[in-house]
Design a protein around this ligand. Structure first.
Ligand SMILES: *Cc1c(COP(=O)(O)O)cnc(C)c1O
Length: 466
């Protein structure tokens, strides 16, 4: 990979950073690709790096990411107060560990765990690590069950929609589990119960159901899938658990759709993951995974570490990890309360519904979702515009980028890849005013395309990274 970079960038080796601020202090240049021989004053280096980072997108205009881009100054202060605390040093930082376990209890309560006082779960670096842990627990439990029955354990599979986030593809590859994906079909871009039932068998370690599909923001029908699996168990005797990937929705549904049953209220749901750094409203990286009860987390997967003093229980893929995101999660729980989360997410949803409605009115676009599940929605070009128009959604994305807006265009998942959509994730900090500014820019872009009859629509996205 490094060699390839050299070919693409022939001046890379000689090139250097020559800061302008520090003309009085700087007598040499700073190399880009090796550690400089000499030290340099902190202020100088701060300016050099700070200036380079100007080239990144503006996080507040980043409507592509699900991850929190704004927190209160008090939260930021708390986070910087404990940058130096390693989450894993539970014996040294018992109060941080205590705070983590309180957060687990609070989430267990939020997700209607049968017994939130003895909640079983852990913080992670994000939903991806949480997914690995949830998936592993299901694989271990399945293997035990098969062994007890004297059955073959070499061919585990997991059933999910083709719209799953990349972390589940990683899970399958890293842990050698066959991915059985329900393809998209027509206007269905998520998993449904009937299709899932066609793919399960006695080697299925579990079904992944997503609360808030990455592709279009819609909820998958956890309860339907559970009822389907109940019937399947009645017919075959095979008991297949559900893991809910609530990366986004796990922090949305309890607050603005509390009636929706998707969590531990459904007995077949054995574990749930969510990203604290998405609608949990914490800066990146914190995630959570919880099990229904102790039984569903195999003891064999839990390590006991003694070399930090005491008996430290550890179920994680990473070892060292910052403690401050967990503290920031706790800050949000106490600071916002249920009502605060509800109001923030409702405000995001109101903006999403308003903006999606206005985008639909612009003319060339047709909504696929409108932001009524999680405040995330996407749209496509109307068929006639896609066929005869002079611009694609990739062009639209580029045009908006000229104004700093990051609104990605991408193909839908397997079996529907010819369909290109554009998506907006509404987060705290994206106000109705900003939505209006974006609409104005979309309008302006459409006018520009109109005035360029010879413009030819792009077939794929531009890449801005190196
Ligand atoms: C974002 C996301 C993930 C991955 O979460 P990270 O916290 O970024 O690791 C997994 N699943 C879904 C549905 C997601 O939206």
């Amino acid at each position: 990979m490094h060699d390839q970079k050299k070919v693409q960038d022939p001046v890379a080796e000689e090139s250097a950073l020559t800061p302008t601020y520090a003309a009085r202090e700087m007598t040499t240049t700073i190399p880009k690709h090796r550690i400089p021989e000499q030290s340099t004053a902190p202020q100088t280096i701060y300016n050099v790096i700070h200036d380079e980072l100007i080239m990144d997108g503006n996080s507040r205009q980043n409507l592509a990411t699900f991850v929190t881009t704004w927190m209160e100054p008090e939260a930021a202060q708390l986070m910087s107060d404990c940058f130096d605390k390693n989450m894993i040093d539970k014996d040294e930082y018992p109060q941080t560990a205590e705070i983590e376990s309180r957060c687990v209890s609070m989430l267990a309560d939020l997700w209607n765990s049968p017994d939130h006082e003895t909640a079983t779960g852990t913080s992670t670096i994000g939903s991806s690590e949480a997914a690995m842990l949830g998936g592993m627990a299901m694989k271990w439990n399945w293997r035990e069950k098969m062994k007890r029955a004297g059955k073959e354990t070499s061919k585990p599979n997991i059933v999910m929609g083709a719209n799953t986030q990349i972390c589940w593809h990683k899970f399958c590859k890293y842990w050698d589990v066959e991915a059985r994906e329900v393809p998209c079909e027509g206007n269905r871009f998520t998993l449904n119960a009937e299709e899932a039932l066609q793919l399960v068998d006695e080697n299925t370690i579990g079904v992944i159901v997503i609360m808030g599909s990455t592709f279009d923001g819609s909820y998958e029908p956890v309860k339907d899938v559970a009822l389907g699996l109940d019937r399947y168990q009645e017919q075959t005797g095979i008991d297949i658990p559900i893991h809910v990937d609530g990366a986004s929705g796990g922090f949305v549904a309890p607050f603005i759709q509390p009636e929706l049953e998707w969590d531990f209220r459904i007995p077949r749901v054995v574990s749930i993951n969510a990203s604290g750094h998405k609608y949990g409203l914490v800066y990146p990286g914190v995630g959570w995974v919880l099990w229904r009860d102790k039984v569903h987390l195999p003891e064999d997967l839990v390590f006991h570490v003694s070399y930090l003093g005491g008996d430290m229980v550890d179920f994680s893929i990473n070892f060292s990890r910052p403690g401050n995101q967990v503290v920031a999660q706790y800050y949000n729980f106490l600071r916002l309360g249920v009502d605060g989360y509800r109001r923030i997410h409702q405000a995001c949803q109101d903006v999403a519904l308003y903006l999606s409605g206005e985008i639909a009115k612009l003319g060339p676009f047709e909504l696929i979702t409108n932001g009524s599940d999680i405040p995330v929605f996407c749209w496509k070009l109307k068929e006639e515009v896609a066929e005869t128009g002079n611009f694609s959604l990739f062009d639209m994305a580029d045009k908006l980028r000229e104004r700093g807006w990051l609104v990605p265009a991408y193909p839908m998942p397997a079996n529907c890849q010819e369909l290109i959509v554009q998506r907006i994730v509404v987060k705290e900090g994206f106000s109705r005013d900003m939505a209006d500014m974006l609409l104005k820019d979309m309008h302006r872009a459409l006018k520009w395309f109109q005035k360029q009859p010879h413009y030819v629509a792009k077939k794929e996205g531009s890449h801005f990274s190196h």
